[in-house]
Design a protein around this ligand. Sequence first.
Ligand SMILES: C[S@@+](CC[C@H](N)C(=O)[O-])C[C@H]1O[C@@H](n2cnc3c(N)ncnc32)[C@H](O)[C@@H]1O
Length: 444
Amino acid sequence: MENARSAALAALLHVDVEEGYSNIVLDKTLEACSLDQRDKALASAIFYGVLERRLTLNYIIGQFSKTPVEKMSPQVLEILRMGAYQILYLEKIPKSAAVNESVNLAKENKAAKASGFINAVLRSLIRNIDHIKMPDPETEPLKSLSVQYSCPEWLIRLWRESYGNDCMIGLLQSAFQKPPIFARVNNLSISEENLMKRLELEGIKAKSVPWLENAMELEQTGSISHCKSFQEGLFHIQDLSSQLCCFLFHPEPGERVMDVCSAPGGKAFTIAENMENQGELLAFDQYKGKVRLIRQGAQRLKLTIIDAAVRDASDPKTELAPADRVLCDVPCSGLGIIRRKPEIKYKSESAIDSLPDLQYRILCKSSKFVKDNGTLFYSTCTLNPKENFEVADKFLKNHDDFEPLPLHLPDAIHHAADEPAYQLTLMPHVHGTDGFFIAAFRKK
Ligand SMILES: C[S@@+](CC[C@H](N)C(=O)[O-])C[C@H]1O[C@@H](n2cnc3c(N)ncnc32)[C@H](O)[C@@H]1O
């Protein structure tokens, strides 16, 4: 790939056709091509912009094309979306350049036959740019929001019914915000203050998070994995929601702890650090390749108490001695991390239907491994009551050997949803974290 737009197109097609995770796909695509920093930044801006605005762009392209977008090939449609995105949202790119580059892209990418069509649609969009029609918010309120925020109607309805109108708008808007990057300081190897100095020498600005020890926000990071202090195991990247979850989990040195859905290991690393690398931390995941990631991370961070292994938390075949604390950070629909992975919002409603049963099964099976007086945590990175409070609620109703464990929140964090003290829903537009859910239980 010789230029930014070819790289963006290749990555977009990969996400469309092979359903890859956007962050991983983009990193791999950019690593494989020899673009300078400026071109990488342009490829990334177009890639994420087009993903974030997919439904809006489709709606607008549909007004200037006789062929409906559903009938277009993935290549042609992505090239059109990229062209329209540059015309509508990237002011620094001259509109004529956006058209010419789109036509060239078609010629270079087995879509030469469609180059005339692409040219015509994009030129028509430019000619009519002040007359683009959007759905009427009065007569079609849901469709209007869906097109404005590029979000499927089912998800808008779900958020409005679950969290109220204002919160739904806040969530829709937050999906377009640049996600902050947080690091968790490996306090066993370096202090916050010294890490900050090291990062500064490596060209990374960091500021500490006043309400959470060993948490810092990073700016101007570039590629973290190439950074020397990262390679030396002085920190790992972890959103504040997960860091807060580990803080509330409150593991103590010397305890026996289980993290039953652990890969890639972010929470296990923070928990082991909070345990001062003393005790036992069993870190399980269903997939061998993912367990390898936990081991690699633990090795880099020099966290020797982590014992990573393959194990199906929904159907564990072997008995284990009970633990003081068990964390179920279950697989979920990921509706809380849309600003990091915009493709998540285009999942169909039915694609996430089976998750609550799996999540409930994991929670029930894992509860068997909690000592008397021990703690059980359930967490997700989604904003969907079916996967969150309904699972937690059902668990309590069906397990009278467990009781709700009220969460003692830092002063800076308050409940944004109407929920009991043993649950916490975090929202990007309220807390500045990823969308996240925690429920805590104590074995009687
Ligand atoms: C939300 S992620 C965990 C993130 C992790 N706790 C962290 O902080 O880095 C959920 C994990 O559960 C794993 N998983 C899915 N089904 C599972 C099962 N039945 N048993 C164990 N792990 C499972 C997935 O492979 C995925 O790595």
